[in-house]
Design a protein around this ligand. Structure first.
Ligand SMILES: Nc1ncnc2c1ncn2[C@@H]1O[C@H](COP(=O)(O)OP(=O)(O)O)[C@@H](O)[C@H]1O
Ligand SMILES: [Mg+2]
Length: 256
């Protein structure tokens, strides 16, 4: 499922006098099954952009097009706090998306159990979220998101709250599932290395209102492995992105 962003602008009224411009004429195209990361200073409109794709918000001007299909695509969002329901077991949490789609209990359980096996979550069916580590909860959230077979996966700093080591493992896991499932992914992060390791392309946004500053093609093949961080191409693109981002973050902090 490809996505075309055409001149997306969005303002929010904070009170009767003051308006905040969150996004300013953002245009780009995400290709079918492409993994695209969005990086930019805090408050530059990244979450707003994902919410617009999900259909939760309307842009003031511009539009989103899904040229591959007549009907609206199914988009699913994954957040930093995993949005698991504390009173449901892992099995029921993972199956929640299917349940909302009206899939019967027997079919649902079969599908959930099969998927849990594939992502090595089997054995945790009857656990409750509070019995799991943050990393495990995020794995459950990933499983739930993929299991609903969305056309588009929208991920808003999904690993932001995890420690660095857990994060690396989950990045690897996300890439593995993504390779099996083939989805279009829009991934918001503020971690440059994470963006490079995961993405086909990286969109750098300016300080608010978010505009496209630059789009980078990641010049690395797949599968990606951690040692790529020592690859000269990785180091080069990391510096290029940091140079752009540093200026924008300084603007946001009023340091320039
Ligand atoms: N529902 C809302 N009402 C008012 N202002 C909002 C709302 N959502 C976002 N904003 C404002 O829009 C700007 C962009 O927000 P957001 O998209 O959350 O940025 P990011 O995710 O890049 O940190 C911020 O200034 C934020 O305060
Ligand atoms: Mg955000």
């Amino acid at each position: 499922m490809s996505i075309i962003f055409e001149g997306i602008s969005k303002r929010f009224a904070h009170n009767t006098e003051r308006e905040v411009a969150a996004l300013d004429k953002v245009s780009f195209k995400v290709e079918e099954n492409e993994f695209v990361s969005i990086i930019g200073p805090s408050g530059c409109g990244k979450t707003t952009l994902l919410r617009i794709v999900a259909g939760l918000l309307k842009p003031d001007t511009g539009r989103i097009e899904f040229p591959d299909r007549e009907e609206l695509p199914k988009a699913v969002m994954v957040f930093q706090d995993q949005g698991l329901l504390p009173w449901l077991t892992v099995l029921d949490n993972i199956g929640l998306g299917l349940e909302l789609q009206g899939v019967s209990k027997v079919t649902r359980h079969a599908q959930v159990l099969e998927f849990m096996k594939r992502v090595k979550l089997d054995g945790f069916e009857s656990y409750y979220p509070h019995e799991l580590s943050g990393g495990m909860r995020q794995r459950v959230a990933l499983a739930r998101a993929f299991l609903t077979s969305p056309d588009i996966l929208l991920m808003d700093e999904p690993f932001g709250a995890l420690d660095a080591q857990t994060r690396i493992i989950l990045q690897e896991e996300l890439l593995n599932i993504w390779r099996m499932e083939q989805k279009t992914v829009l991934f918001v992060t503020h971690d440059i290395d994470e963006a490079i390791l995961l993405s086909d392309r990286i969109i750098v946004l300016t300080d608010r209102p978010g505009k496209i500053k630059k789009i980078f093609d990641v010049p690395l093949g797949r599968p990606r492995e951690l040692h790529l961080k020592d690859d000269p191409r990785f180091i080069e693109i990391r510096w290029q992105i940091w140079n752009l981002l540093e200026k924008e973050v300084r603007k946001e902090l009023k340091l320039t």
